[in-house]
Write a protein that binds this ligand. Sequence first.
Ligand SMILES: CC(=O)SCCNC(=O)CCNC(=O)[C@H](O)C(C)(C)COP(=O)(O)OP(=O)(O)OC[C@H]1O[C@@H](n2cnc3c(N)ncnc32)[C@H](O)[C@@H]1OP(=O)(O)O
Ligand SMILES: CC(=O)C(=O)O
Length: 534
Amino acid sequence: MAKIDVYDTTLRDGTQGEGISFSLADKIKIVKLLDELGVSYIEAGIPASNPKDAELFACLAEIKLKHAKIAAFGSTHRIGVPVEQDSAVKALIDAGAPVVTIFGKAWDLHVKEVFHARLSENLDIIRETVCYVKSFGKEVIFDAEHFFDGYKQNREYALSSLNAAKSAGADIICLCDTNGAAFPDEISSIVAEVKAYLGGTKLAIHCHNDVGVAVSNTLLGVFAGAEQVQGTMNGFGERCGNANLCTIIPNLQLKRGYDLVPKESLKKLKSISRHIYELANIVPDERKPYVGGMAFAHKGGMHIDAVLKNPVTFEHISPENVGNERKLLMSEMSGRALVYDIIRKFEPDTKKDAPVISEILDEIKRLENEGYQFEGAESSFELMVLKKLGFYKPQFQLEQFQVIAAAPAKSQYTATAMIKICVGDTAEITAAEGEGPVNALDKALRKALYRFYPELKNTRLIDFKVRVLDGSKTGTAALTRVLMESTDGRTNWSTVGVSEDILEASWRALVDSVDYYMLDIKRNKHTERSKATC
Ligand SMILES: CC(=O)SCCNC(=O)CCNC(=O)[C@H](O)C(C)(C)COP(=O)(O)OP(=O)(O)OC[C@H]1O[C@@H](n2cnc3c(N)ncnc32)[C@H](O)[C@@H]1OP(=O)(O)O
Ligand SMILES: CC(=O)C(=O)O
């Protein structure tokens, strides 16, 4: 398998993305995560940019990594400042990283209009900077900024910028599509031409995603001869982002047999991707290939049937290869196959044509037509199956509840719930205050049940979503769907309730949540619970 270096620039180009800022501690965590993933290079930042980046390099000097080399990033030296006196170049060397990545101008337009240098002067500056940094024993990567735009407008000059870096001893030359607007066919032909032109020099490819093809461009760069891919985790980066390593790595490794990261590390891809989303405080994009929560979610009944017969029918890889998992979503679009698969967990002898399967399917379709949604409320669905199979016994009976919400003029808004329930022949009446009526009701119900089911003390609601269905038709009397997620600290489960009354919808979801937990404890299947059905 041909080796392709993974060069991660999440901490440099990734942080140039809007809304992304990592603390020093976050950056150190990310370096360790990337090393765990097995990338070859981690571009940690620009030492001359800010004190945080400078401090990061000092911290990284103390950390031993298993796979990755740390790279410090910065520009060629300033015009009119001799290279040995340029403070930014000095910071690059002082950062102590074994690799220095120097970006320089490859597009004549930039040289003239941004750098305000003569074309030959820019080439001298590239040469001097690379040569100077090499004299400190550093591995040098030359990032040819705007290379593809430059090549299209002034091929000779773009190539001469590469030659300047090569002649000064650059170890790797990276072709950058800085504006992210090159097309795949252009990348293919230009990388191949440069490869032939530069002979044995190792090439890297660095693409941005402004026209949505950064990943394709990176793949084509490799097919045309690049041996290093530069990108960011989750595609973070300025404007529309950088090429997404979470897509590039598995594409090249699993589909084309290149060697990028250790096979076992690839199985951590999803969890590392999510950890980095979390540190960036960004909600993960669940539709992302390979690592998204929906990447292996099947909903169409016929698709589920096929996946259950042979996953290859609808899955391009085994989700486990990248640490992801298959989801089979229950909905009005389901067919018998999924219900059959679920029922067999409770009744292994059930046949696929058993009448109960059609009954459950009809019930799902009827309830979803009324506003229920079982995708995302797997526990309510499981309870429904148990009821149909005759395995369900309510854990308590509601006698009545009352909720009073008050907004006195001079104090805070308050909500109080009173509830009476019976377990067997024993009645219990309790009351509780809450932050809003649903919270008050939740607290009152739990308080009433603790006496009978002390295990419930471990549980709590962690998410509560309300969706008004067809609000335009009926205004405040519209149908409301409530989705609840509960936890006992080890596993989570989700339930749903629908009603025209938001309290009643919440109550239904709440009762399912309690019922499901108690039944589950009795069935003693905690560890399997989160995987159940969907
Ligand atoms: C393609 C890329 O992503 S490159 C990386 C871009 N990333 C960043 O800019 C983030 C970090 N940047 C910073 O912290 C700051 O910009 C610094 C500290 C690096 C520089 O700050 P300043 O000295 O104040 O300059 P400023 O930010 O305005 O940048 C413009 C200067 O950089 C010069 N410059 C731009 N590209 C290059 C280059 N390849 N080589 C040398 N100088 C360059 C410009 O000519 C301009 O100089 P001038 O003011 O003499 O015309
Ligand atoms: C170097 C770099 O980040 C770019 O040219 O896009």
